[in-house]
Design a protein around this ligand. Structure first.
Ligand code: BGC
Length: 888
């Protein structure tokens, strides 16, 4: 539903971009990349807006900002907390610099923008509201039910209070070690799922803020809190030892409900020992495996004021899990899409198989009726065995159950026997397409009884690809499915077997993510997770967050380069250097550590080209390329932050690494790297290690290698990241497209032809290991379609698409291709189609930006714009606006 809305929105924007002459507007106002957020802790929050003006050459020439606590004043053009002058500037990302922001305060803001015609355009009034701002503003205690960490049932907490005065507004601030659902007077608050997002609980905890004004009533009120284990109290046992995490504890929370009355007075109702607790019908919950629910234990009305809680127990005060409790300023996880079952098959008496028709991350919701005490098991799987039953053999391999009470990805629902009953897990999610439902007694069930919910961080879709090749279109959508299936407040490797924040998978997929989704808030939070994990000597674990596992394995630069690559990509896509600045010292410590360990400049630290087809490249080869990339990013960041000494030091270090690498691996006579495998020729090209004068030769060798490999991939994840771009950036887009559109093994298309709706972990769909059906680590193709065919690229010198590079490739085999991306300045469109002997290329460059257009030379053809011949043999600059080129 939400998905189709955002598609509609994209379409509307797309149509709007053709509607010349519409009145210019200023829209898209965001604070910290969120629309009208509440509970912001940032002292200088970032304010952004978009000039919507489809006139050619449209630009912002000046802006003025107004911020204040009085909405009427702000809307009349007075900001009593901050009012800038009219500033001559085209910036649309500004840090708040007014009077110090107070906690618990609503600020109104608007911006006035002047276009290049000198006319001013006023935005609407937007809002941001501060939260705790400082941890000393918390009043509540951290409380828990004092049960053992091995207690399986999830606890309820309740508290009642009365309000005599008239309520003007009310906010809840809740910090949780574990997961929670919050209720006021029986109503669930908000539609977030699996809140708060996973962090290293013993280093940093997140709190969530809600406006609960409408849920409170005068007189008696009840607050209810249900706590789940999440990653805080991991009871399931697997090879990563999360059951031994240093932070592990019985779930706990701290809550402040701050009520403001119409007379201006405030009152804070807090978590303390007046609260009461009891066990809930959730008799087991594991973020990793599943949830078990016994409806016979339900206590109707437990979260309402009139409930009789005499049988409930007292709570204890306990210590906060860490000294740092900060706002969760990010898009939450939601049930983003509901997916009805496509089919239901009866496999045997009381055994039914539901098929959603596509592989997702999330949960299933079931409604059935049956006798009290009937035990229903919902086994979730990505594939079926030969007999048509759910088969988990590809995903349960690292699970180490200690008994049979916690079956993998299998919810257990015990009926209360009161007619139609429903169940959906609250504190777990899974990766699945199929649900095998079995019961120990007959139940009434049909195809409509089960619905799947696709859950993930609810980030806006901002990219669109379409083409004349259906396989390519399906690859793009499968890539997005896997990207989202692995986006849960931190990027993961897979939604079933691990749910681990594997660093390598995430930096490989970050561009794919940023072209397609507005994910900056998730990445910024995840980089803070990195800072929590980094050792004093600079070392990072291979998974973030981590319980300690991953410092000893898999954490070389080919994986943990996230520390540099992700901040850099955020800078390229959003034009925002904050994450780079926040991580600057961390990147430095990281590369310094590698420099100390590997003074030659060559490093063997890493996993290498993971899950390759057949050829295996040296670990030193790929790890050194990532080490070089990190040092180069650091050198560029140093220049950006005017740190001359660092700039000189890391520019020299980058050069040293590159020289050592080329001295060892490059044959300067032949342009061949090492044994000349695909990965060995692609990686240095993609990561800019090839001497300028050798690029042509190396690229030609790569194209030759691919031809010899019959235009099929021979690469693992690091090679697959590099090869398409290495070819298309160096004159071989046609070769890249042949690989990308391949439909036989090994290729992305091979998965699609075999029914994939998500990306797999292994090229070989018959593989005995490493065969999750929902991995994003081969997902670079989702970015390459924008870069290599649509040609929409970031410009490092003018990031945030201030200047767009438009370098399309009219590859043989496609008759049309459409790509669009909504960047921080608006919608960028790059579409081309063949029309007889003519290629029509249409572009939209958003207001306030420009484009450098580089069109491929088409033999015997010339380029026309608005019917006039133009000189297009060299790249040319174009101002904002919509343009139709003809190549004929
Ligand atoms: C994960 C990968 C990860 C790899 C590291 C696997 O188990 O699923 O995606 O990058 O380990 O080697």
């Amino acid at each position: 539903m939400i998905k189709s809305q955002s598609l509609l929105f994209c379409l509307l924007l797309f149509i709007c971009s053709f509607a010349h002459g519409a009145t210019p507007q200023v829209g898209g106002l965001k604070c910290e990349y969120l629309i009208n957020p509440i509970g912001i802790d940032a002292k200088h929050p970032r304010l952004t807006w978009v000039l919507l003006d489809d006139n050619r050459g449209a630009r912002q020439t000046a802006y003025q900002l107004f911020v204040g606590t009085d909405s009427a004043l702000v809307s009349r053009g007075t900001g009593d907390h901050w009012q800038t002058n009219k500033l001559t500037s085209d910036l649309n990302l500004i840090n708040y610099q007014g009077k110090p922001l107070q906690p618990f305060t609503k600020y109104y803001w608007r911006v006035m923008v002047w276009g290049n015609n000198g006319k001013s355009i006023a935005s609407h009034v937007a809002v941001f509201e501060t939260g705790m701002v400082d941890k000393s503003n918390w009043q509540g205690n951290w409380i828990s039910d004092n049960k053992d960490v091995n207690e399986k049932a999830a606890p309820y907490f309740r508290h009642t209070f009365s309000t005599a005065k008239k309520i003007a507004s009310a906010r809840v601030y809740i910090a949780v070690a574990g997961l929670y659902e919050l209720y006021i007077n029986g109503q669930k608050i908000g539609n977030h799922r699996l809140d708060p997002m996973y962090t290293r609980f013993d280093r940093r905890n997140l709190y969530v803020s809600y406006d609960v004004t409408s849920q409170l009533q005068s007189g008696q009120n009840a607050i209810g809190v249900l706590l789940g284990n999440g990653w805080y109290n991991h009871q399931s046992t697997a090879v990563w030892y999360f059951h031994k995490a240093p932070w592990r504890g019985r779930p706990a929370f701290c809550l402040d409900l701050r009520v403001t009355y119409t007379d201006g007075s405030t009152e804070t109702i807090t978590s303390d020992t007046k609260w009461k607790t009891a066990l809930s019908p959730i008799i087991f919950n594991s973020i990793y495996t599943a949830e078990h629910y016994d409806a016979r234990l339900e206590q109707p009305g437990w979260n309402t004021a009139n409930f009789d809680d005499k049988g409930w127990k007292g709570v204890i005060n306990r210590s906060a899990p860490s000294g740092s409790v900060v706002a969760q300023a990010m898009q939450p996880i939601r049930d983003v899409e509901s997916i009805p079952a496509k089919s239901m098959t009866k496999l045997a008496d009381n055994v039914y198989l539901f098929d959603l028709g596509r592989n997702i991350s999330g949960v299933s919701h079931i409604t059935v009726s049956g006798e009290k005490g009937t035990v229903i098991r919902l086994k979730h799987a990505e594939k079926l065995g030969k007999t048509g039953y759910a088969d988990q053999s590809n995903i349960d391999i690292h699970y180490r159950p200690t008994d049979d009470k916690d079956p993998f990805q299998t919810d257990i629902f015990i009926l209360g026997g009161k007619g139609q009953e429903s169940f959906m897990p609250r504190f777990n999610y899974k990766g699945f397409q199929y649900v095998e439902v079995s019961s120990d007694k007959p139940v009434s069930i049909n195809k409509e009884s089960l619905t799947g919910y696709f859950m993930h961080s609810d980030v806006e879709a901002i990219g669109q690809i379409g083409s004349s090749n259906q396989t390519i279109n399906k690859i793009w959508s499968a890539t997005n499915n896997s990207y989202l299936s692995n986006f849960f407040g931190y990027p993961t490797d897979c939604p079933q077997r691990e749910k681990n924040g594997w660093t390598g998978d995430a930096h490989i997929a970050s561009e794919t993510g940023l072209y397609n989704f507005d994910g900056i808030t998730i990445y910024e939070k995840w980089m803070a997770d990195h800072r929590d994990e980094q050792q004093p000597n600079g070392v990072l674990p291979s998974i973030v967050p981590s319980d300690g596992w991953g410092y000893e394995w898999g954490n070389g630069p080919d994986w943990t380069s996230t520390i540099a690559i992700i901040p850099w990509n955020l800078y390229l896509f959003y034009g925002d250097s904050k994450t780079l600045a926040d991580n600057y010292d961390n990147i430095k410590r990281y590369v310094n550590h590698i420099d100390q360990l590997y003074p030659s400049g060559l490093t063997t630290w890493g996993l290498g080209d993971w899950v390759p087809v057949k050829s295996v490249s040296p670990v030193e080869f790929t790890s050194t390329a990532y080490y070089f990339t990190d040092v180069s990013i650091l050198a560029k960041a140093a220049a950006m932050f005017h740190n001359k000494a660092d700039e000189a030091k890391y520019t020299a270090l980058a050069l040293k690494i590159k020289n050592a690498f080329n001295a060892k691996y490059l044959n300067t006579a032949t342009g061949m790297y090492d044994k000349g495998y695909q990965t060995e020729l692609s990686v240095p090209l993609y990561w800019n290690m090839v001497p300028e004068n050798m690029k042509g030769k190396v690229a030609a060798n790569l194209a030759g290698r691919v031809k010899a490999d019959n235009y099929h991939l021979d690469a693992g994840i690091l090679g697959a990241k590099a090869i398409l771009g290495a070819l298309s950036d160096n004159g071989y887009a046609d070769v890249a497209y042949r690989i990308a559109s391949q439909e036989t093994y090994p290729s992305w298309g091979w998965w699609i032809i075999n029914g994939a709706t998500s990306l797999y972990e292994n090229w070989n769909i018959e593989a005995k290991s490493d065969l999750s059906l929902n991995h994003i680590m081969f997902g670079e193709i989702g970015a390459w379609l924008y870069k290599g065919i649509g040609g929409i690229k970031t410009d490092p010198l003018n990031p945030g698409f201030k200047n767009v590079l438009l370098e399309p490739n009219f590859v043989p085999g496609l008759s049309h291709f459409e790509s669009s991306h909504k960047g921080p300045l608006g919608q960028i469109v790059s579409n081309w189609k063949r029309d007889g002997g003519v290629i029509r290329y249409s572009v939209t460059i958003p207001a306030n930006s420009t484009a450098s257009i580089k069109l491929p030379h088409v033999a015997g053809k010339k380029v026309y714009l608005d019917g006039k011949l133009i000189a297009a043999d060299q790249p040319f600059k174009q101002a904002a606006g919509h343009y139709e080129f003809e190549i004929r």
